[in-house]
Design a binder for this molecule. Structure first.
Ligand code: SF4
Ligand code: SF4
Length: 229
């Protein structure tokens, strides 16, 4: 199965959006910056397991504020463990994102314009021209009660797994959704796996039937219920 690996590299982001999807993780790990030794470990394990990720995505926080962003991107691509790099940015470090060296590894840059002040949102849209960037994210309250009727989830990001601090997690929403329903992220051994284990096998047969999936906006059953789509 193809995997998209999301790597949590920094908890700072330069913004403090009240609706931040990664707020629980960011607040639990203030001033976190992933050491390069962690990246070397992840690369070694991926090579040992023979996995080539569809993409390695640095995230946080705002990944472009991570001091190792460029060097780490180069290392990942040169190691052969990913077909491409990926990131979603709030655009705060635009000078990083327009570095021509980086652009050879990032075929697309996803600029999330749902976060900034309306003025900066409009300014960013003008940078790119008409209608390329839309504020498409509607911020609504997600369900807070686990609802078995919404399981298994129709997960909109079924190939994503996530890495943080020598552990691979079920998906990049594991921390936030566990916090949302008051669940200890380590309480279900199927939700995580030490990177030294065979994490490819561990997550090969996810069924998206976890309590966290029932309250997640990546579960399209929730989108249907909340927005009728
Ligand atoms: S810019 Fe993104 S990561 Fe930063 S606080 Fe806002 S939503 Fe969270
Ligand atoms: S539906 Fe489940 S697997 Fe998919 S992103 Fe949400 S919590 Fe993760």
């Amino acid at each position: 199965m193809p995997f998209h690996m999301v790597v949590f590299v920094i908890s700072d982001c330069g913004m403090n959006c009240p609706f931040c999807n990664q707020k629980p993780w960011r607040e639990a790990h203030p001033r976190y910056e992933m050491p390069m030794s962690d990246l070397h470990l992840l690369i070694r394990r991926a090579q040992e397991l023979g996995v080539v990720f569809d993409a390695v995505e640095f995230t946080g926080g705002e990944a472009t504020l991570w001091p190792h962003f460029k060097e780490a991107s180069r290392l990942v691509m040169e190691s052969g463990i990913a077909k491409r790099m990926d990131t979603v940015t709030n655009g705060i470090a635009w000078h990083v994102l327009t570095d021509p060296d980086l652009l050879q590894w990032y075929p697309t840059i996803k600029l999330s314009t749902s976060h900034p002040h309306p003025d900066s949102h409009d300014a960013l849209r003008r940078v790119w021209g008409d209608r390329l960037l839309e504020n498409s994210m509607l911020h609504v309250r997600v369900p807070t009660e686990v609802n078995a009727d919404y399981l298994p989830a129709r997960c909109s990001i079924p190939t994503y797994v996530a890495y943080f601090d020598r552990v691979v997690y079920y998906c990049c929403c594991t921390w936030s959704t566990c916090a949302h329903i008051g669940m200890d992220v380590k309480s279900d051994p199927e939700l995580w796996c030490p990177v030294e284990d065979d994490f490819v096998a561990h997550f090969a047969n996810r069924k998206f039937d976890k309590p966290i999936c029932s309250v997640c906006l990546n579960n399209s059953r929730n989108l249907k219920r909340l927005w009728g789509i």
